[in-house]
Write a protein that binds this ligand. Structure first.
Ligand code: NDP
Length: 232
């Protein structure tokens, strides 16, 4: 189990400058955690107290390595791989190889590189958790049921992130590290849009609760923000 809210746990969140990442940072900080909020730029309206900003472009391996060296020897209880992008021009006709690979780089490769780079920090914590913010859009079992999204790159990137999650879960279980794929729901953010069903506050609250309650027996699970299992 991750450190109790209110106890001196440390969480690192990618893409924490806006959207769901921003709300996760706020809620962890209010619960007394030390928050390492990572982003490409410091947000204009700043962060809460107890939030430390670290510059990070997740598509740049040198930026990830530099972050890891700045954090050397600091235990990390929770790593939230949240940063993600969608295609600017979705649909088969508009698909361009380079744009497709940019989405894969951000949404799939970056979370794996983050786990690799911060493994020494996670190993220093008791019951650490890696939470990969995925999407039901990447579920082959459920992703097409009531969703007419035609963003090939986004769907493929999140499907691949699911496999990365189960592989990491298997590899890191002996070290006691729990790895989860989490669907945040359809959330009101720049990505989710104003019509989305869920305020970011509600999604983040649910995600924090799941991360907090997860143990290594849950590792490799794909769960919604309100605790339901998602078919792969
Ligand atoms: P937003 O588009 O609102 O925010 C995305 C965040 O990712 C921003 O902080 C952005 O930073 C950051 N980011 C993008 N690229 C990079 C990069 N190269 N390096 C560092 N940071 C980067 O998305 P949401 O908050 O809605 O989404 C959060 C997570 O939830 C994502 O993983 C998304 O796929 C997932 N999700 C969201 C849903 C929704 O309905 N909103 C539904 C299902 C899943 P910057 O400001 O620099 O661009």
């Amino acid at each position: 189990m991750a450190a109790e809210p209110g106890q001196p746990g440390t969480v690192l969140i990618t893409g924490a400058g806006r959207g769901l990442g921003r709300e996760l940072a706020r809620q962890y900080a209010r619960a007394g955690w030390r928050v390492i909020a990572c982003g490409r730029a410091f947000p204009a309206d700043g962060f809460e107290e107890r939030v430390e900003f670290q510059p990070l472009d997740v598509t740049d391996p040198a930026s990830i390595r530099s972050l890891a060296s700045r954090l050397a020897d600091r235990p990390l209880d929770v790593l939230v791989n949240n940063a993600a992008v969608r295609s600017r021009a979705p649909g088969l006709v508009a698909l361009e190889p380079e744009a497709f690979l940019d989405v894969i780089s951000t949404n799939t490769l970056a979370p794996i590189l983050m786990a690799k780079a911060l493994l020494p920090n996670l190993r220093l914590a008791a019951g650490p958790v890696i939470a990969n913010i995925g999407s039901r859009a990447g579920s082959m079992a459920e992703g097409l049921l009531d969703d007419d999204d035609d963003d090939y790159a986004y769907r493929c990137s999140k499907a691949a992130l699911n496999m990365a999650t189960v592989q990491l879960a298997r590899d890191l279980k002996p070290a006691g590290i729990t790895v989860l794929a989490l669907h945040p729901g359809w959330v009101k953010t720049d990505m989710g849009g104003p019509e989305a069903a869920l305020p970011a506050e509600d999604s983040a609250r649910g995600l924090c609760e799941i991360i907090h309650c997860a143990s290594v027996e849950d590792s490799g699970s794909f769960l919604t923000f309100d605790g339901k299992r998602v078919g792969w």
